[in-house]
Design a protein around this ligand. Structure first.
Ligand SMILES: Cc1cc2nc3c(=O)[nH]c(=O)nc-3n(C[C@H](O)[C@H](O)[C@H](O)COP(=O)(O)O)c2cc1C
Length: 150
């Protein structure tokens, strides 16, 4: 069984898109290093106000990782949406994928009924997982497109 934890938190790092993108990249690069060591996979959604993250892996590792994340001052008010055991990883190819909400991915949000800002307190974990899977697919297609064009 794979342990899956979904939580949200509020971003505390001020600044415009550039600063936020840098912040997001810093977080993802450390996450990818640690998570590949710990066998943790998942996806980080960032809509500039809120982070929503899915962590999956061995229970102890997921718990440990979440405890470390929750102490991070780059966000606050971390709140768990759901924890459960799932039969298999949903993000097996990503130590930690991530997507910042940009105009480019707005269509993906719209497809999931998120026209305006996220209201993470009302999110169900399945909504988060489905949005993350589509953001991941969007990103994978975009990269594929770049490869074909080059
Ligand atoms: C929104 C958010 C998500 C994060 N996700 C992860 C993660 O998945 N894995 C991880 O190791 N660190 C994650 N971090 C970073 C941790 O809070 C912490 O800075 C890092 O794990 C420390 O690693 P180090 O002890 O190797 O420097 C995240 C931080 C934030 C703000």
């Amino acid at each position: 069984m794979i342990h899956q934890l979904v939580y949200y938190s509020r971003n505390t790092v001020p600044g415009g898109d550039r600063a936020m993108l840098t912040n997001m990249r810093d977080i993802l690069s450390v996450s990818q290093r640690n998570n590949s060591r710990d066998g943790v996979t998942g996806f980080l959604i960032f809509d500039k106000t809120w982070f929503v993250q899915i962590l999956e892996g061995e229970r102890a590792k997921v718990t440990e990782t979440y405890a470390r994340i929750a102490r991070d001052t780059r966000h606050t008010a971390t709140a768990i949406i759901n924890v459960r055991d799932v039969p298999a990883r949903l993000f097996p190819n990503w130590t930690m994928g991530g997507a910042m909400r940009t105009p480019e991915v707005q269509e993906v949000y719209l497809q999931h009924g998120f026209g305006g800002p996220l209201e993470p307190g009302r999110l169900k974990s399945d909504q988060v997982v489905n949005l993350a899977l589509d953001l991941q697919a969007f990103e994978a297609n975009r990269r594929q497109g770049q490869k074909l064009a080059s």
